[in-house]
Design a protein around this ligand. Sequence first.
Ligand code: G6P
Length: 491
Amino acid sequence: QTAGKSAGLGTKLIVVSNRLPVTIQRDPNTGEFEFKMSSGGLVSALAGVKHELPFVWVGWTGAEMAPDMQSTLYSRLEVEYDCIPVFLTAEIADRYYNGFCNDVLWPLFHYITHPPANSEGEQKFDSKFWKAYRIANRCFASEIQRIYRRGDLVWVQDYHLMLLPQMLRKAIPDIQVGFFLHTPFPSSDVFRILPDHKEILRGVLDSDLIGFHTYDYASHFVSGCSRLLGLEGSHRGVKSAHHFANVGIFPIGIDPSSFIQALDSQAVKDRIQEVRKAYTGKRIILGVDRMDYIKGIPHKIKAFERLLARYPKYRASKVTLIQIGVPSRTEVEEYQKLVSITNELVGGINGKYGSVDYSPIVFINQSVKFDLLCALYYVADACVVTSIRDGMNLVSYEYVMCQLQNHGVLILSEFAGSARSLSGAMRVNPWNTDELCSAFNDALSLDKKERHIRHWKLYHYVTTHTAAFWAKSFVKEMISSCRDTLMNKSA
Ligand code: G6P
């Protein structure tokens, strides 16, 4: 069932996220649009619900589209992909996405408070960004209002769209709407720094269900509502004048079968052979991150340098840190700085400890194909996640799924949401370089039996708390929250 076909009483799920699950490109020669379905976590999570509830996806196209192109694009996306595009001008998109979302909300939600002012005395909270955020959320709301039919469920994703539940509730008072935050929600002491914090809280509170990955994020949200808005909150949710917003904890997962199938494929087997050949005789420590300052990549590199400095046994071609840094948000200055810092650090260490045929650190500042990613996960003796804050971190799950045979060790920052659940990992504080360096050494020295026990615990969790389980649990809870709201209103 597509959005266009749904008429009368609706029973579809409308998933709303900043990005559509389809990347859109134009062939420069023919001018034709080319679409590529992405395989992100949310896409695979929702695949598990699709046969129970048809859904359409509403999201931004990712680039400005000329008005004459919009209708062609709209109908193709709707008919072929069940996707409803939201069009934003380049200026609004820049201020909303690069500005408010990624330079204001993102750092603050990850406990990175802004410097008091730059050399011109300006601070980050620019009212232009906030205005664009409201306008962009309004554009999303209009598209949803157009396709919504009574009985549909709307599921809003992430920090880009925190005003949307309120905008929708104002337009359609009996709308059934849920909201899920994929990032941490910070303590109210940090959140209140945001000049518009009250509007953001009120924006989300019109949801029937608000979901978080961990207990801490949920409890920060509830206490933020009490402290900053004076509302009554409990572990069940937050009560405002005319509405009760349920709050729940739904840790996301991955689709384990996609990794099992990939590892069974000839393409991945070939990649494994190639990587093994290239790194014969070396232990491999792997890092896979979006190139984001919250991932603690410099922290990881510094600790690896200490490993080489402290343990001569690892020098002379004995260990390699392969760090994949997938380019991300490249128009935001802080992200550009991170790339320079990383290149500089890697260059210094390779210069100091490398030789003509050996680089201790291999830094790949590109996205890698899925086949190669699985092969790297498979051959790595350890995988290191050093996030200084992270909503969940699914790299840790993916590594576990690719280690069914070798039982490699997962080194995991205590500041990643996944550290709450993955008790088989070696937990570290990425700020403690000595501790992280020792964890590298321990991971490479752990005996087979201990690795097996740790891996078994991890495997059990990852295969039971899957992406599909997450999506199903949220939708089920949203349906029951909406039913309660209706019953309370009619009582
Ligand atoms: C985080 C956010 C997602 C976002 C992803 C990639 O995981 O929670 O909402 O899609 O990063 O970031 P990008 O800015 O490229 O969409």
